[in-house]
Write a protein that binds this ligand. Structure first.
Ligand SMILES: NC(=O)c1ccc[n+]([C@@H]2O[C@H](COP(=O)([O-])OP(=O)(O)OC[C@H]3O[C@@H](n4cnc5c(N)ncnc54)[C@H](OP(=O)(O)O)[C@@H]3O)[C@@H](O)[C@H]2O)c1
Length: 264
């Protein structure tokens, strides 16, 4: 089923310049999808497009800038009035203690991971509503389910996505629009290098948790299988995934175990 599921579908991927978004683009290009790739780094988007066969549309967009999002959406809609799938995947992480982090950094993370994300869904979702079809896929995190060291603003932004998209799903499922939340565990991307420190500068450090995580390709393949099954949530990762069940069934034990995990 999955082989033809994405063929000729118009699919907009944000955060497509690296990591999980890049891997989604490669997998979907191989399945014959019509792709729109967005992020801030145009040179990296061009590199990904070449790997995808060079047929994707590249639309530069900064999720932290409302004007940029609105302009990108209008460019995309001129070319593709109807979007079948939005992979709302772009995001930024954090490596800094709550009380040392400047509030501007918390705001920046919320702007990119939450407000930019939901603005794009509003714009694309309105089109889906008119067509009475579409699927919005949002990359959250296991940290959309619990907090963790050095990730206060990041975990908050991902928790916010769950509240928002669970509500959206209830409102639009009758109109043929699906909403999937994706919860990756540790994935071997450069997210920790791009993560913001207490003053808002990127850390430029590769965490060993990420380095030992699943490959972006594995994560992308699991996402695409889950989306084809119209799952509400797709959780993907290594042993950190056990946290989901332990937190639900044994919350006190979870609180003990999670404190023993390495922050990086
Ligand atoms: N790697 C993990 O362990 C992990 C675990 C759980 C969840 N996630 C989530 O997975 C998603 C993808 O992250 P990744 O791991 O693939 O890391 P990544 O390689 O750093 O990719 C992040 C993507 O988001 C884009 N992005 C960042 N800030 C942006 C902005 N202001 N405007 C537009 N695009 C922006 C980046 O592109 P530009 O820099 O070119 O703009 C890049 O394409 C994120 O939402 C992340 O929170 C990752």
């Amino acid at each position: 089923m999955i082989e033809n599921f994405y063929k000729d579908q118009v699919i907009w991927i944000t955060g497509a310049s690296s990591g999980i978004g890049e891997a989604l683009a490669l997998e979907l290009a191989a399945k014959g999808a019509t792709l729109v790739l967005s992020a801030r780094r145009e040179d990296e988007l061009q590199r990904v497009n070449q790997l995808c066969g060079g047929k994707a549309t590249i639309v530069k967009m900064d999720l932290g800038d409302e004007k940029s999002i609105r302009e990108a959406a209008s460019t995309v809609f001129n070319l593709h009035p109807q979007i079948d799938f939005l992979f709302n995947n772009g995001g930024i992480s954090q490596r800094s203690l709550c009380l040392e982090t400047d509030i501007s950094v918390d705001r920046r993370i919320m702007e990119v991971n939450f407000f930019g994300n939901i603005l794009l869904s509003k714009l694309v979702g309105a089109r889906m509503l008119s067509a009475k079809k579409g699927h919005i896929v949002v990359t959250s995190s296991l940290l959309g389910k619990w907090g963790f060291y050095l990730r206060s603003g990041y975990a908050a932004s991902k928790h916010a996505l769950h509240g928002y998209y669970e509500s959206l799903r209830m409102e639009v499922e009758k109109d043929g629009i699906y909403v999937t939340l994706v919860l990756p565990g540790f994935t071997n991307t450069e997210i920790s290098k791009h993560a913001l420190s207490s003053d808002g500068k990127p850390t430029n450090e590769m965490d060993h948790n990420q380095a030992g995580g699943l490959s972006p390709k594995q994560v992308a393949q699991s996402i695409l299988e889950g989306v084809a099954k119209r799952k509400f949530e797709i959780a993907i990762g290594g042993r950190e995934m056990k946290g989901l069940l332990v937190k639900r069934l044994f919350p006190a034990l979870f609180e003990k175990l999670v404190r023993k995990q390495s922050a990086k």
